[in-house]
Ligand binder design. Sequence first.
Ligand SMILES: C[S@@+](CC[C@H](N)C(=O)[O-])C[C@H]1O[C@@H](n2cnc3c(N)ncnc32)[C@H](O)[C@@H]1O
Ligand code: SF4
Ligand code: SF4
Length: 462
Amino acid sequence: MDIRGILKSNKELLVKSAAFSIPLLKAHAVRRYLKQVSDKASFISVYAEKLLDLPATQIVSQQRKCCISKPKNGPFSLMMNHSTKCNYRCPICNITEANRRFPDHPVNSISISDFEAFKPIFHNSERIGFMGGLGESLLNTDFEEIVKFLRMNFYADLSITTNGSLLNDQKIKALIANKFRSVDISLHAITKETYSKLQSGSLERVLHNIEILIKMRNALNGDRPKILINYALNALNLMETFKMIDFVAENDISFLGLYHFLDYQGGVRGEISLQRNPEHANNIIDELYSHAREKKVVHKLPITKPYFKTKKDLTLLSKMKETTVGHCNHPWEFLVFKGAYTEKDTYYVGVCGAFTPLKMNYRRYIDKYGSVRLADTWNHPIFQYIRKTCNGQNGGFSQNPLCRYCQSPIRRYYKETDNYKNNEQKRKNVKMLFDELHKNVTFLPDIQGIEIFTEANPPEAE
Ligand SMILES: C[S@@+](CC[C@H](N)C(=O)[O-])C[C@H]1O[C@@H](n2cnc3c(N)ncnc32)[C@H](O)[C@@H]1O
Ligand code: SF4
Ligand code: SF4
């Protein structure tokens, strides 16, 4: 049983853990939450969940303090996609442009035998997500075997992000039998017209599949998987979010993940970003939360309203940046394997979603080493360097240029409005990071199948 399970089944321990944890929360953070959350009831319900999560978080931050550069026990949360094939061509997604530029690209769908070689990486992961990079993991022909292998060998929360179109009886059975914690369905519209502008395929089919998934899960009296919806707010879908909230209220949906559309190089560009008129969007967001409260589902929306930054906010934040040091925990918690779109049997590897400095041809690697070693991935000297330099002054190291840019508000603004500018800036900062890294890290091991990837983004994301 994991630590959450132990706490849930032991009320006294839970109360003690809460008493221990509360003083650790800074008063201003609580005040900030209270200001932002939509109502007290939802604050209490989400805060109770957060308390359950705290012991795990404490361990991670303790790990961060003790082992500043080299946490030995592996990633807490792991993300990996299992196929770069996709049955959709969503206009919002990088895939549209990637297909135009690389019409003969290979398909990477990892086989169960290659996947088993990653075993050492999964041992300490509490969360394993089928997500990262382009593609639909449900198209991997070994999908059922892969999830069974994970379930039989590790005790981790499993989740998958999918367009939902391929959820048939067999796949749903696999998700239920292997106790997936959640299925995150990318559903950025609830009308046929908007769905076809942002995504592709049939909205009716996806809604039908959600209905079947709920029925099959409930028939077994199960509470897993929870169904979550990913909904990227933009100018095309903003007003129909009211209707999406009604859908959430009328169906057994656990969470409506409202976030911001990002200006990748798909068929729709920054023109649909709400960052162009943030005041208007923020007013509508207030109305959406009121509507959700009336429908009694406000607790199913993000606890912090997904406001857009106004020009005034951005000016203020960019001034603050001069004097404050940002904070990022990702390199101590995450490991990401993003399937390469343009090269066979290859993953880009990073300790955060923003930067993947290793390119791993797992066929060549496994041929030589048999299984994937933590020392070559999670504890690779590049990742140790990132850990030393991502959060400012640390044992003589100053913050590296990429993390400085990443933590600045301007990056998010560019990502939402003009990703070309974001990529241009990122490229410069990644180059500076490698210049500094080569001065400070004298030994970079030669590992068969693993190359150091010095570009800001994989080609499909450029
Ligand atoms: C690249 S997809 C891969 C997983 C799967 N194919 C899917 O669509 O759910 C990862 C997530 O990014 C979302 N996404 C794609 N383009 C986006 C954009 N321009 N802005 C925000 N989210 C986007 C997708 O809808 C999905 O939720
Ligand atoms: S968003 Fe997902 S479903 Fe849509 S094209 Fe991209 S990878 Fe495929
Ligand atoms: S680039 Fe640096 S700051 Fe940004 S997510 Fe990665 S590690 Fe964190």
